[in-house]
Ligand binder design. Structure first.
Ligand code: MN
Length: 230
């Protein structure tokens, strides 16, 4: 097999205390998965979960400085727990879902909120609001065998040292096993798939020069800094 140009590098994430990296296949995201955030966006508590995606190569690792993205005046942070799938999941039950998790990471679902609002109004897709270049900030994966399963614990985001989001993993509307069960009915999940599980209330803007840190209990802080537009 030969290609007309070199295939793009395989996106991957570091794994805590392991040399080998975790190759990324797809990045799924859950919308509106904390009641307080759903309310701040104008919705009721327990609508069925819905999903959107980011390209695997939109990944950014801990400590990066990103150029302020094009086509937005309202770039937002969203602190999220990220689940890394380690075993094929094809319409699995909630009871079986945990067996398919390789590990967990901290994430920041960067969002062009102005483009998302336009898309909502026009009934158009969210891809350019959510799946733009360098939009998926994800920290190193911590294996379930080392830290167990994360079903509760603080999830916070600080911007330049000020707490902007302060929630708890246990406040998710749809739990991680429920998300995996539901999503694995829509598509077959494979090793390398990531799921960003939604954000608590307090979302807001990031500007050039701002640093956002996501802190989730049992995981190391995830830092990203926004630079000048390119
Ligand atoms: Mn999100």
């Amino acid at each position: 097999m030969t290609y007309i140009f070199d295939p793009h590098p395989q996106p991957s994430l570091a794994i805590e205390k392991q040399t080998e990296r975790f190759p990324i296949r797809r990045i799924f995201c859950v919308g509106r998965n904390y009641a307080d955030h759903a309310r701040e966006m104008g919705h009721d508590d327990r609508e069925p979960p819905f999903f959107f995606s980011k390209p695997a190569d939109s990944l950014v690792e801990n400590g990066a400085t990103l150029p302020y993205p094009s086509f937005t005046q309202n770039l937002h942070y969203e602190a999220e727990l990220v689940v890394a799938i380690g075993k094929r999941a094809d319409a699995v039950t909630e009871a079986d879902a945990a067996d398919h998790i390789f590990g967990y990471a901290a994430g920041n679902d960067l969002t062009r909120r102005d483009l998302q609002a336009q898309a909502k109004t026009a009934g158009r897709p969210w891809d350019m609001a959510k799946g733009f270049d360098r939009s998926a900030v994800v920290g190193p994966i911590h294996r379930v065998s080392q830290i167990g399963h994360l079903s509760q614990g603080a999830i916070r985001l600080t911007k330049n040292g000020e707490v902007m989001q302060d929630g708890d993993i246990s406040d998710m509307i749809w739990s991680v096993p429920e998300i995996i069960s539901y999503l694995s009915g829509l598509v077959t999940l494979e090793p390398g798939d990531l799921i960003m599980t939604g954000t608590p209330a307090g979302v807001g803007p990031l500007g050039a020069g701002d640093t956002a840190i996501v802190s989730i209990d049992a995981l190391p802080d995830l830092t990203v800094t926004i630079g000048q537009p390119t």
